[in-house]
Design a protein around this ligand. Structure first.
Ligand SMILES: Nc1nc(=O)c2c([nH]1)NC[C@@H]1CN(c3ccc(C(=O)N[C@@H](CCC(=O)O)C(=O)O)cc3)C=[N+]21
Length: 286
């Protein structure tokens, strides 16, 4: 089989056109959806992602601002900033760019963001709602993946979805969302024995372990749907996924490229969550 490409950049463009319409409607009511991004330190990759979020917000008519703090910022200073943003009614979404410096407790910071402004969907309240299937803010990458699979008519019901990777922001939550779609879900990770026995059985294979070009055609079931969440920067500066694209695409029925796959969908879902926050739909009782 030769796979068709699920192009996230093209789908993102379509979805963002719809979102721009929603922003316009909100603006007519006097509400401009606003996202505040906090970035600590000067990691080039983080800075580039944050610029991407700012640009995407502007393109659909939303407003955003970036609070750039030095890597020496104390945890208390960061918590104080978040507290101000929680109280600021003009701010609808708050995103703290991860990873944080070692001296700051990431979980503490995530829990300090008001669940109603947690457009990343990382707060335990929002994770709990996702698990029970009555979500408010779904985490952006898994939400983007499900949106892509549905847009490409991939049936999930009863299918065996195998996930490689168990991070809090991708591996664990995508498993929950696939389960909510009635897939049969297997989580694999770095300690999994005989990994390829699982990958070869996958109808839907989610690659989120961060190992450049590690999964090749010989590890993939004929006709499988592959979603590649890997973002691996090679020495020559180019970006590649966790799949060895040519050989994996030769076996699969559908596959996402890297770049222009899951990444642009992640940002799109962040915009969608921020608009939802601006509508006040996350507030208790609404
Ligand atoms: N609080 C928080 N929320 C996040 O959502 C978050 C985070 N921290 N930390 C880092 C990761 C990574 N992430 C990406 C989003 C878009 C692309 C993306 O659009 N990539 C483009 C290519 C970009 C390039 O060329 O560098 C693409 O795949 O086509 C990539 C990576 C969000 N993250």
């Amino acid at each position: 089989m030769t796979a068709t490409e699920m192009n996230g950049k093209e789908l993102a463009k379509k979805v963002r056109t719809d979102l721009a319409g929603e922003v316009l409607q909100l603006k007519e009511k006097g509400i401009t959806p606003h996202l505040t991004v906090i970035i600590i330190g000067d990691d080039p990759a983080s800075k580039s992602y944050v610029r991407g979020k700012e640009k995407a917000s502007a393109e659909i008519g939303m407003s955003s601002d970036i609070i750039a703090l030095p890597s020496s910022t104390s945890e208390q200073d960061l918590l104080n900033q978040i507290d101000d943003l929680n109280r600021n009614e003009t701010v609808h979404g708050i995103l703290v760019q991860l990873p944080l410096p070692d001296h700051i407790n990431e979980q503490q910071v995530i829990e300090s963001i008001s669940p109603e402004k947690d457009v990343d969907g990382f707060h335990p309240v929002n994770i709990g709602k996702m698990v029970t299937g009555n979500s408010t803010f779904l985490p952006c990458t898994p939400y983007g993946i499900i949106t892509m699979l549905k847009a490409h008519d991939v049936s999930m019901e009863g299918k065996h979805a195998v996930i490689l990777g168990r991070s809090n922001i991708v591996g664990k939550p995508i498993g929950q969302l696939l389960l909510n779609e009635n897939a049969t879900v297997t989580h694999c990770h770095s300690r999994t024995e005989n990994l390829t026995e699982y990958t070869k059985e996958a109808d839907i294979l989610i690659l989120a372990m961060g190992r450049a070009n590690a999964i090749r055609g010989e590890h993939v079931k004929n006709g499988a749907v592959i979603v590649d969440v890997g973002i691996n920067r090679l020495e020559d500066g180019s970006l590649t996924g966790d799949a060895d694209f040519p050989s994996a695409a030769a076996k699969a029925s559908k596959i996402t490229p890297v770049p222009r796959g899951v990444g642009p969908m992640t940002i799109t879902m962040l915009l969608k969550n921020t608009i939802k926050a601006a509508k006040g739909l996350s507030a208790v009782g609404k």
